[in-house]
Design a protein. Structure first.
Length: 256
């Protein structure tokens, strides 16, 4: 499988490219039903997944299908990514102060900026208008070599801590939603943002964490008796690897 830079992938999709030839390997770029809304979330988590894989470049196995080749201008595609990343990081961008704090390893400033926006916007708006766009921008900058891994780790630690704290402080009084990441899943930005929206809609959220064995989720469900259980994975391959266990998961949950 040929390696395909995630930022380049985003640019190719935005340019309307459906397929390309990478050294004789023909790839088809998949468009989801809600691609425009999901590309930022998808891009960040794929970048994070690839970085975690023992330093190897991530692979596009779950995003591609073998098809005939088409001509594509990689320079134009790369320029589109650079332009998007630079525009998002410009002085006029509301995210610019956060990105600059991340770039400068300024944890105190980043925590202050995150706290101010969370307090002013409320949890749901903060998740939708700050967390997810910031994740996309960090993914672009990292894939272009404009942001080191240490800076991305700092951003993750601060943002995830803020989201978890806000969810704990206002757990809600509605039906209980039990949530966890599938075994092997270590990414939280997207899941926590989704839980923030669920809590805003009245759900009482109980988050167990990432990379949790399904047996542990079932045990927690029998103890807490939630109205619903949510499992998260950022990579469809991860779902595929857990498919057999997932098929046995629902029948083992408590009734109700």
């Amino acid at each position: 499988m040929a390696d395909l830079d995630e930022g380049l992938l985003g640019a190719l999709l935005e340019l309307g490219v459906d397929a390309l030839d990478l050294g004789g390997v023909f790839l088809r770029l998949e468009h989801g039903a809600d691609h425009a809304a999901q590309i930022a979330h998808q891009r960040f988590h794929v970048v994070a997944q690839g970085r975690a894989a023992a330093g190897r470049q991530f692979e596009r196995e779950w995003l591609v299908r073998q098809v005939e080749a088409v001509d594509v201008d990689p320079v134009a595609a790369r320029d589109a990514v650079v332009a998007r990343a630079e525009a998002a990081a410009g002085d006029a961008s509301p995210l610019s102060p956060l990105v600059e704090a991340v770039r400068g390893y300024d944890r105190d400033l980043l925590e202050a900026l995150v706290s101010e926006r969370l307090g002013r916007m409320g949890l749901r708006r903060f998740a939708e208008e700050v967390v997810l766009p910031l994740a996309a921008q960090i993914g672009d900058l990292w894939s272009l070599g404009k942001l080191p891994i240490a800076s991305e780790h700092l951003a993750s630690e601060v943002v995830v801590h803020a989201l978890k704290g806000a969810i704990r402080e206002a757990p809600g009084e509605g039906p209980l939603l039990l949530a966890a990441g599938l075994p092997g899943e270590r990414h939280e930005w997207g899941l926590l943002s989704t839980l923030a929206a669920a809590q805003s809609d009245g759900w009482q959220v109980h988050y167990l964490g990432t990379d949790l064995p399904l047996d542990e989720v079932i045990q927690a469900a029998w103890t807490l008796r939630p109205a619903a259980v949510a499992l998260s994975a950022s990579d469809p391959d991860l779902v595929q690897r857990n498919l057999s266990a997932l098929n046995r998961f629902v029948p083992r949950l408590p009734p109700g």
